[in-house]
Design a protein around this ligand. Structure first.
Ligand SMILES: [Zn+2]
Length: 654
């Protein structure tokens, strides 16, 4: 007779041996994350178009969590939560690309690795790449190198990310080499993310609904993985979990994609758990992605983590009710990109509060599409939930606040005020006038169009779109930035001064404000002012490559001694800044050192500098342009040119 896990609480000595799923020892842990996959677009969650036969089959042998809440509707923060059991305010990853999961974080993979599991991660997109801290604990890390010709094979890639088929191939290959080793692997399937472009035959099967087509394709690839796992003798000891990182708006509450709003379209995600010895069932009680790590650790018999947010779902897997609790969610994407309000909220049973300048309270049991805001009708509940939200919003870990979340100190404010900025001395934040993302989300279309016009360099059109956005949202960070850049690119730096100065006043903690305004001042012939502002920015706020670079440009133009050390300091901080190497060569030329100037221009080109031809327009490069080596510098920009190899004295790649 096997002891049931519930009894172990009464028998502390037995607990030492570890209480697993109630079945055999788990030797394989497989976590599949489905990016951008709405729960209600999958068969196990009631979608009836037959798009997910493999997930349907898998659900029939799994525990299906009907109400799983994603903590954040963006990829890196959500995966950081899944891998740590922490909320974004604890692990510090609140948006993609600008934050990194701290090396000190304790991740699921690290713990399983310490317990003797062979670990492997198969991310499909750079947004969850090694540089964002998510590779911690994975001994094998299969991240695409986009520069590698081999990965550019037809069909393996879509928009710089890996197709599900290629990811499943890589996993099956890796598993074949593991023998009887205990394994933990994470496979990330990205296909349902935009652009919706399913491969044939899914493209023709779903011509009017390519999102469904991507899901159907992903399901087919998941089916291949499922078959391979089931065919292995280790299947009896395999824990297989499928989870969505966040959903997709699909025009729910006017949101096309995800990131900016926190309605059920993006916050309700699929979560299916198949564990040996655990019967299939459906669980209606709400759970959250932060529960994933504590649950997996519990099922493999690992010690529970202390001081985390999620809980083990073991009881729920066995059909028992979990204690009721408040679940948390947030997004800072609108705040970081546009200066909109940040959104956060809590879920308790069937109730959901979204906090903003216009709080929203929904009863999801009767109103799953969140059409009927009950906040005014039920102020008591709003008050109670708000108190819970305030308590949970406090980080439980120290040192997770990033510089971008911090305000200037009074002393720093005084110094900026002395230069004529951030007057007023109050909070200095744009947030009092910040727009609610819900009222601005319909501008997503204009912003997206402007994004592609920026790629094309169509600056008159970008400026027009920015002016339209600013008409509705005068503090919009993105529009102020791009209005300034458009004016500069149109050769009208005077017009860039006002929007970029607004940036400094509204977003004084953001390096981009200073690089934009500093550049505008320099181009408008006010290099002295630019130099003073950027010098202060370098001393007070988080540094950035752009702040460093435009600081050098301003100093150079203003006749400051930036060539005596400052340029080397910036290069030390940002060694892959191609344009800073061009500044270095300007310094060389100023000192009459033509050979050194060439060496640094070569370095710039090797780092991706593409504007060598433009140097012809600057008098200071006359000696460079008239030198026989100049043509070779141009050739070096073209990777197909065979002259590159013959280039004399080319330093080898770093
Ligand atoms: Zn995602």
């Amino acid at each position: 007779m096997r002891l049931r896990c519930g009894w172990v609480l009464l028998l502390p000595l037995l607990a030492l041996s570890g209480c697993r799923s109630g079945g055999p020892e788990i030797t394989r842990v497989v976590l599949v994350t489905l990016d951008t996959t709405r729960a209600d677009r999958l068969g196990p969650y009631g979608y009836d178009r037959g798009t997910t036969p493999n997930l349907d089959r898998f659900a029939a042998q799994s525990v299906v969590f009907e109400q799983a809440v994603s903590q954040v509707p963006t990829t890196a923060p959500s995966h950081s939560t899944m891998f740590t059991g922490l909320y974004p305010q604890d692990h510090g990853v609140r948006y993609n690309l600008v934050y990194k999961l701290d090396d000190g974080a304790e991740t699921l993979a690290e713990i399983l690795q310490r317990r003797g599991f062979s670990t492997a991660g198969f991310p499909a997109a750079g947004v969850v790449g090694r540089e964002y801290g998510l590779a911690q604990g994975f001994a094998h890390w299969d991240q695409l190198d986009l520069k590698d010709e081999g990965v550019r094979e037809l069909g393996a890639l879509i928009g710089g990310t890996r197709r599900a088929g290629a990811g499943v191939d890589a996993v099956i290959d890796w598993l074949a080499g593991q023998g009887g080793q205990k394994v933990f692997l994470w496979l990330h399937l990205y296909d349902p993310h935009t652009p919706y472009s399913p491969p044939f035959p899914y493209s023709s099967r779903y011509p009017n609904n390519p999102y469904d087509g991507e899901i159907a394709y992903t399901d087919a690839q998941f089916g291949r993985l499922l078959e391979a796992l089931q065919a292995d003798p280790a299947w009896d000891r395999t824990l297989l979990v499928v989870a969505g990182d966040h959903g997709e708006g699909l025009h729910h509450h006017n949101e096309s994609w995800h990131s900016y709003l926190v309605y059920e379209s993006t916050q309700r995600v699929p979560l299916l758990v198949r564990a040996p010895g655990v019967e299939a069932r459906r669980v209606a009680q709400p759970v959250e992605l932060a529960d994933l790590t504590p649950t997996l650790l519990d099922l493999v018999g690992a010690e529970p983590l202390e001081n985390i947010r999620g809980v083990s779902l073991r009881q729920a897997l066995r059909g028992q009710t979990l204690p009721d609790r408040f679940l948390y969610f947030e997004t800072h994407a609108g705040k970081l990109n546009f200066g909109w309000q940040e959104l956060s909220g809590v879920r308790f049973r069937n109730w959901k509060l979204i906090e903003s300048s216009e709080p929203e309270l929904f009863d999801l049991a009767t109103d799953p599409r969140e059409k009927n805001n009950l906040a005014e009708a039920d102020p008591d509940r709003v008050g109670r939930f708000r108190a819970e939200l305030l308590a949970v919003a406090e980080p439980i870990r120290e040192g997770t606040a990033s510089k971008t979340d911090q305000q200037l100190t009074p002393e720093e404010r005084r110094r900026f005020a002395a230069l004529g900025y951030v007057a007023g001395g109050g909070g200095g934040s744009a947030l009092e006038g910040a727009r609610n993302p819900s009222e601005m989300i319909d501008a997503e279309g204009e912003i997206t169009v402007a994004g592609s016009e920026i790629q094309r360099g169509n600056w008159p059109r970008v400026l027009e779109l920015c002016e339209y956005i600013l008409g509705r949202d005068p503090a919009n960070k993105w529009a102020l930035t791009n209005a300034s850049l458009s004016a500069m690119n149109l050769g009208r730096p005077q017009d860039a001064l006002e929007p970029s100065k607004r940036l400094v006043e509204l977003y004084p903690q953001n390096p981009n404000s200073y690089s934009t305004h500093g550049r505008a001042l320099s181009e408008a012939g006010r290099a002295d002012e630019a130099y003073e502002l950027l010098l202060l920015a370098r001393e007070t706020i988080e540094d950035s490559e752009a702040v460093g670079y435009f600081f050098l440009v301003a100093g150079f133009d203003a006749g400051k001694p930036v060539c005596d050390g400052a340029v080397d300091e910036v290069l030390e901080e940002f060694p892959s800044s191609a344009r800073t190497y061009v500044m270095k060569s300007r310094c060389d030329l100023r000192g009459g050192e033509l050979d050194a100037a060439f060496d640094h221009l070569i370095k710039a080109v090797q780092l991706g500098y593409k504007e060598v031809e433009l140097l012809k327009h600057f008098d200071e490069f006359d000696d460079v342009v008239n030198d026989e080596r100049f043509q070779m510098l141009i050739d070096l920009q073209d990777p197909d040119n065979t002259n590159v190899r013959a280039f004399p004295g080319t330093p080898t790649g770093s």
